[in-house]
Design a protein. Structure first.
Length: 215
């Protein structure tokens, strides 16, 4: 299964009293400073806004998004459209590709040579992307580690197919929650679901939960 990754450059910005601070200059040192500054988010209003969004991001809604990765299903999850790009064929014989991004607490700023320059407007920023070329894959990316873990808890309560410690999402919701199996014979699997992993290379400090579609 072909697994491609999209490189994003992130600039993290702390919002204070509704005013944006100037973006940090690019570079490893400035990015570290920007990340540290974002830790201090004390606005109760922002926390309440995130909790409202996170409630809307139910796993039932999210599975619908995996099945139909379009604007309408993303909005049902509380995610706003960020951008869509048709990707050029890298090598002869490769299929044309495309990717779409939807997010919360994130604002697209500009396209770069190797990705996109993105401003995070919340310590709880997150985004979903869907990519399709010779294979299909998606990811849910969280700035906050606890948010990523809470999302996994939602998934386990919804019901995953656990094959030797690897999570999978079935076509139909499981009636009794997550089950451990030694075969997929009784399930029609949509995707494999990876556990959260901090990515400092392609997703610049986000905790990424990847989904690889079964053919």
């Amino acid at each position: 299964m072909k697994r491609n990754y999209i490189l994003l450059t992130m600039t993290l910005i702390l919002l204070s009293c509704g005013n944006k601070k100037a973006p940090a200059e690019r570079g490893a040192d400035s990015l570290t400073i920007a990340k540290d500054s974002l830790v201090v988010e004390t606005s109760q209003e922002k926390d309440l806004a995130f909790e409202k969004f996170f409630e809307q991001l139910s796993f039932d809604n999210f599975v619908d998004l995996l099945k139909n990765p379009y604007k309408e299903t993303a909005e049902k999850c509380g995610l706003s459209f960020l951008f869509h790009e048709d990707m050029e064929v890298a090598e002869e014989g490769d299929a044309d590709g495309s990717c779409s991004f939807y997010g919360w607490g994130i604002e697209k700023v500009e396209k770069l040579e190797n990705g996109y320059h993105i401003i995070c407007t919340s310590d709880h920023a997150c985004y979903f992307y869907y990519q399709e070329d010779t294979s299909k894959q998606a990811a849910m990316c969280f700035k906050n580690k606890d948010d990523a873990n809470r999302f996994i808890e939602k998934a386990l309560a919804y019901g995953l197919v656990d094959m030797n410690g690897s999570y999978h999402i079935a076509e139909e919701k499981l009636p009794n929650g997550t089950v451990k199996v030694d075969s997929f014979r009784d399930y029609q699997i949509i995707t494999e679901m990876m556990k959260p992993e901090k990515d400092d290379e392609f997703h610049q400090g986000f905790y990424v939960i990847r989904f690889y579609y079964f053919s």
